[in-house]
Design a protein around this ligand. Structure first.
Ligand code: GLN
Length: 453
């Protein structure tokens, strides 16, 4: 724990942590030492972890990367982090993220952007770590924690993992409790780990997952032994390659990596099969209706009364307006406006209901593939390697949204997806592949990802 705290201090320029919690870390580590001395070590005893600052942590400033939560110290702890501490893990601090998890580059955080520890060969241009769990991914990649919690609404675990050469899994919707995680789009949000190896991810997910009656969408299923699944191999499995993911303009090196990944799985005993997921092209536009719609509703609670920031006004409505005007950043305001628009009378059927119908069609595409005997699906994790700071945060937000083209389908269908590092591009930057699984079959993803890793 002490070594990690020192490393965090030295790597301040990365801005991966919003706040480190050294006192808490050392106290927890002391308990771990005692447990180990008594031969009572718990499954994650003494493992120093970072927590994405979207998870409520009791008595520790919790910001969601937003100014509007300034000064908010929850009096409760998220279910996921509670389970990690139950198993002996040690909390190092809270990790930076895009504001309310809206973004793909960590550039929307009110606490400044996180910088990736990676650089293009022969270049000093700072790169983004991806987002929204960019702090989690950068901290894991830079050895500022052994593993981190993260959340994924449309790719926010898998895309930053791919950008930083780390492993990240978004489990099936319902696998982890969302209780105590600040909501972005509740029907899409899931927690999961980012770590340096597939095995580490399996161990962490085993602790984070499980039924919680406080989240009615958390599923009452036993948590499998994920770690045991890691070495299961892929012999006899059928891996689908969806032709619709060959999007125009994708760099040649990503296509090559994808073929290489399929080849590794084939060599290890899997059967590779081309499949079709015909509604893929509609996933991104439908996601950018559903997610802002839910966000506009979830973010209504930040009114200056209940949490954090309050900016006075001439009456209560004026106080709401001033607080929200000062507290929310540009991207969050954009999402609230889009969400409010698509939910409003007269537009609800044309946009929101339509997007929900597309969602059903996307889900059916996957069901069809699985019904035809496919065990998991292999795709690239992202359409490019990490980009430079400011390169995408242009006037056109759609450029940024295009980053999520391979990841949002998985959230729309509620399926598990894992990103695993698979190679480097010509400039020496990590590239990731994604595996998508059947509902509640994270085990197959761990086995297949391990084969690629
Ligand atoms: N980039 C996507 C968005 O901004 C995904 C974010 C996420 O998964 N939290 O909505």
């Amino acid at each position: 724990a002490q070594a990690h705290l020192d490393a965090i201090e030295k790597a301040g320029a990365l801005n991966a942590y919003i706040v480190a919690t050294p006192d808490r870390a050392l106290k927890m580590a002391e308990v771990s030492d005692e447990k180990i001395a008594k031969g009572e070590a718990r499954p994650l005893e003494g493992l120093p972890l970072g927590i994405k600052d979207l998870f409520a942590t009791q008595g520790v400033h919790t910001t969601a990367g937003s100014k509007i939560l300034e000064g908010f110290e929850p009096h409760y702890e998220s279910n996921v982090s509670t389970q990690l501490w139950r198993d002996g893990a040690v909390m190092l601090g809270k990790l930076n993220l895009d504001e309310f998890a809206m973004g793909s580059s960590n550039e929307t955080s009110a606490y400044g952007n996180t910088i990736s520890p990676w650089r293009r060969q022969g270049s000093e241009t700072p790169l983004v770590p991806g987002g929204s769990s960019g702090g989690s991914a950068a901290a894991v990649a830079a050895h500022l924690c052994l593993g981190a919690t993260a959340t994924d609404t449309g790719g926010s675990i898998r895309q930053p993992a791919a950008f930083t050469g780390t492993v990240g899994i978004k489990p099936t919707y319902g696998r982890c409790s969302r209780w105590g995680i600040i909501a972005y789009a509740s029907s899409l949000d899931q927690a999961g780990p980012i770590a340096r190896t597939v095995q580490d991810c399996a161990i962490l997910l085993g602790s984070m997952a499980g039924h919680d009656p406080r989240d009615t969408t958390s599923v009452d299923l036993p948590v499998p032994n994920f770690e045991a699944a890691v070495r299961r191999g892929v012999k006899g499995l059928t891996i689908g390659i969806p032709k619709e993911y060959r999007v125009e303009g994708m760099p040649e090196e990503i296509l090559r990596l994808w073929d290489q990944g399929a080849e590794w799985l084939r060599a290890a005993g899997a059967t590779i099969k081309e499949i079709s997921l015909p509604h893929t092209q509609y996933a991104l536009p439908a996601y950018y209706i559903v997610a802002p719609a839910e966000a506009s509703s979830n973010l209504a609670r930040y009114d200056g009364v209940r949490y954090g920031l309050r900016v006075p006004g001439k009456d209560i409505a004026g106080m709401y307006e001033n607080t929200r005007a000062a507290g929310f950043g540009r991207e969050v305001k954009r999402r609230i406006m889009i969400g409010t628009y698509v939910l409003s009378a007269g537009y609800y059927d044309a946009y929101y209901v339509r997007a929900q119908k597309i969602r059903t069609l996307i889900k059916r595409d996957f069901e069809q593939a699985y019904a035809e005997g496919v065990d998991a699906i292999l795709t690239p994790a992202t359409p490019s390697a990490a980009f430079g700071l400011g390169e995408m945060a242009s006037a056109d937000p759609v450029q940024m949204y295009l980053n999520d083209v391979f990841t949002v389908t998985v959230n729309m269908a509620g399926l598990p997806g894992i990103a695993v590092p698979a190679g480097l591009d010509a400039q020496g930057l990590p590239l990731g592949l994604q595996l998508i699984g059947r509902p509640f079959d994270e085990e197959t993803l761990f086995a297949a990802a391990q084969t690629i890793e």
